[in-house]
Ligand binder design. Structure first.
Ligand SMILES: Cc1cc2nc3c(=O)[nH]c(=O)nc-3n(C[C@H](O)[C@H](O)[C@H](O)COP(=O)(O)O)c2cc1C
Length: 248
């Protein structure tokens, strides 16, 4: 079977770009193509559980970039913050005299899926147009600030950012886990010692010292980033009016 569409090449071409040329702007019509690509993403039950806030180079962007220590957030021509959005849905229901049920926990998961699909569509459209992109989960480390600066209403929560810009670097294709660890045939199979060793071998380039475990530990071991994020996320979700996260 032949595929004449551009899609496979674009997927191969996409790498996280963390250096951008500071000069130049992305034309409005290119931005429009990227936004349309995001809009075309599938969305569970037609709910559109996401929004994105475009954050121009200005005070809010500078403060976010500094708070999370990621210069590419400031340097990229464009920066979007993708938001789990139950607020719009609530407004839509209220407009027709209906109330939302006890749905927030499940909807949050589906909002993250919807937002991720939309953002990846947008990133691939950006790559097809010659731009570089980088997802920015680091905004979780300053989620409260992001909520305040972007005036995110209750029942919304910032999930991740996406930088888009004129690339100032050409990074190599970065490795991924082997296909036979990601896909299971017929049923879920446990991993052999050889597969686990192979995983560390292929993923080694991510670490300057050549040991992927250092990265896993930094993020998910005791005291890792995600421990703190888990606590602050629940607290913030609750203060943002999400129900079922301990504050109601
Ligand atoms: C949800 C998500 C959050 C991410 N957060 C960050 C981030 O805060 N900063 C950053 O520089 N890269 C971030 N990345 C990019 C990953 O580090 C990158 O995708 C991974 O290292 C693989 O490299 P590649 O995209 O070039 O293949 C994130 C990616 C995803 C999907």
């Amino acid at each position: 079977m032949t595929c004449e569409c551009f899609y496979p090449q674009v997927i191969e071409a996409r790498r996280s770009v963390r250096k951008y040329r500071v000069e130049g702007e992305i034309p409005r019509e290119h931005l429009r193509v990227m936004m349309e690509a995001a809009r075309r993403a599938p969305t569970d039950a037609t709910l559109h559980l996401w929004s994105a806030v475009r954050v121009p180079r200005g005070d809010a962007r500078r403060r976010i970039s500094e708070a999370i220590g990621q210069r590419h957030v400031w340097e990229a021509q464009e920066f979007f913050v993708f938001v789990a959005d139950l607020y719009r849905l609530e407004r839509l229901l209220e407009y027709r005299g209906e109330e939302m049920g006890d749905v927030d926990r499940a909807l949050l998961v589906f909002a993250a899926i919807d937002a991720g699909l939309a953002a990846e569509n947008m990133a691939l459209a950006a790559v097809a147009l010659g731009y570089g992109t980088c997802f920015i989960g680091g905004i979780q480390n300053a989620a409260e600030l992001v909520i305040r600066l972007l005036k995110l209403p209750r029942r919304t929560y910032p999930l991740f950012g996406l930088t888009i810009g004129v690339p100032g670097e050409d990074p190599p294709l970065r490795p991924r886990l082997p296909l036979d660890m990601l896909f299971h045939e017929g049923e879920y199979r446990d991993y052999s010692g050889e597969q686990l060793a192979e995983a560390y071998r292929v993923m080694a380039p991510y670490s300057r010292r050549g040991d992927w475990l250092r990265i896993l530990k930094r993020y998910v071991a005791r005291g890792g980033y995600f421990e703190e994020r888990s606590k602050s996320m629940w607290r913030l979700l609750s203060s943002q009016g999400f129900r079922g996260f301990g504050g109601d």
